[in-house]
Design a protein around this ligand. Structure first.
Ligand code: NAD
Ligand code: UD1
Length: 339
């Protein structure tokens, strides 16, 4: 089976590509490298001893996509390609809609033209907005609070419409909670450009001495210690969820929407102390004002994923921290080598 992985050089894409290769899939990675380096795929090749067909291209460009589909018989697409920074999406909404929504339109059109109608899409827990309660189930009300989230919701709705118009489509919408961690080799991991927005890379860069201290955004939330609670999920568990989705897709009728989370919520302070324990390093922090748009608690009900995909997250918070630390320590500058 040949799988096209858009955005496959990125954080989640590279880990998924690795598992796909290990499971015997033929993999084509299609990436514009706007937020990734081809080095991630070189390392995946080294780790697996297998070749990846790596194609530089942009999902917004029909010709780039056509070149792939006219040469290869693609059985299914895992669609990671997208921009993902919430703050940036507020400043540059059109760029986000053009990339994430228009890019997906182009992708689906070219897929349909070539008779490929199976797609696994990277959605996000952000589509639940500020949930009325936790744990979050797939049938909770959906709304977005920023252009990034809206782009995910729009694509979800678009893919549902595509299925309604043509029942040959098979669609899996995977709503990720908070991906963290890295491959246990320490060879691939998350490589944010500039100052990280997300908690885990910020903690890791603080522990390694690249940042002076962590600002904890608010300690007055209605949570066990006042700091925000999230469902952190190891990226390798997440990648395995994609393999399960691919196994399911062949027998699927319609659109399947699944949360990928652990079901366990940890606070910012829980994460800081787990990281300190795993790394043996101090993570200095200060309490700062709340970050606008943040919510108190967000964690998944992972029951449906277990039921329909036979998948559940296995890796502990300790493994998430240890693996992040190994990656950070071995690659203090990510994939960029310093001379
Ligand atoms: P990432 O930025 O590391 O990976 C995205 C990849 O897509 C990058 O390699 C980038 O170069 C590529 N890309 C972007 N636009 C492209 C385009 N127009 N054409 C071709 N390639 C393009 O991000 P990630 O963390 O691996 O996220 C993967 C997907 O999962 C994204 O769609 C993201 O929105 C979604 N997601 C991520 C998180 C998270 O916290 N990491 C949470 C929920 C959902
Ligand atoms: C962010 C995105 C969300 C996306 C999710 C997973 C925002 C507003 N939301 O959410 O759309 O789906 O990542 O990628 O960016 N924190 C600190 N200090 C920091 C960084 C974070 O205290 O320097 C806290 C936050 O307030 C939050 C927790 O750590 O309580 C996790 O933050 P983060 O990693 O940014 O993830 P989300 O807020 O869940």
């Amino acid at each position: 089976m040949t799988v096209l992985v858009t955005g496959g050089a990125g954080y989640i894409g590279s880990h998924t590509t690795l598992l796909l290769l290990e499971s015997g899939y033929e993999v084509i990675v299609f990436d514009s490298f706007c937020n990734a380096s081809p080095e991630s795929i070189r390392r995946v090749e080294k780790l697996t001893g297998k070749n990846v067909n790596l194609i530089e291209g942009d999902i917004r460009k029909r010709d780039d996509l056509k070149k792939v589909f006219s040469v290869h018989k693609v059985d299914a697409v895992i669609h990671f390609a997208g921009l993902k920074a919430v703050g940036e999406s507020v400043e540059q909404p059109l760029r986000y809609y053009e990339n994430n929504v228009c890019g997906t339109v182009q992708l689906c059109e070219v897929m349909a033209e070539h008779g490929c109608k199976s797609i696994v899409f990277s959605s996000s827990a952000t589509v639940y907005g500020d949930p009325h309660t936790t744990p979050i189930k797939e049938d909770f009300p959906l709304y977005a609070t920023n252009p990034y989230g809206r782009s995910k919701l729009m694509v979800e709705e678009m893919l549902r419409d595509v299925y309604v118009s043509d029942s040959e489509w098979k669609v899996v919408l995977l709503r990720y909670f908070n991906p963290v961690g890295a491959h246990e080799s320490g060879q691939i991991g998350e490589d944010p450009s500039g100052i990280p927005n997300n908690l885990m890379p910020f903690i890791a860069q603080t522990a390694v001495g690249k940042r002076e201290k962590l600002s904890i955004f608010g300690d007055d939330y209605d949570t066990h210690d006042g700091t925000g609670v999230r469902d952190y999920i190891h990226v390798v568990d997440l990648a395995e969820g994609h393999l399960k989705a691919l196994e399911k897709i062949a027998s699927l009728n319609g659109v399947l929407t699944v949360n990928l989370g652990t079901g366990q919520g940890y606070s910012v302070l829980d994460m800081v102390s787990a990281f300190e324990k795993a790394s043996g390093k101090k993570v200095p922090y200060e309490i700062a004002p709340r970050r606008s748009g943040d919510i108190a608690k967000c964690y998944a009900d992972p029951g449906y994923a277990r039921e329909v995909l036979g998948w559940e997250a296995k890796k502990s918070i300790n493994e998430m921290c240890e693996d992040t630390w190994r990656w950070q320590r071995k690659n203090p500058n990510g994939y960029t080598e310093i001379s």
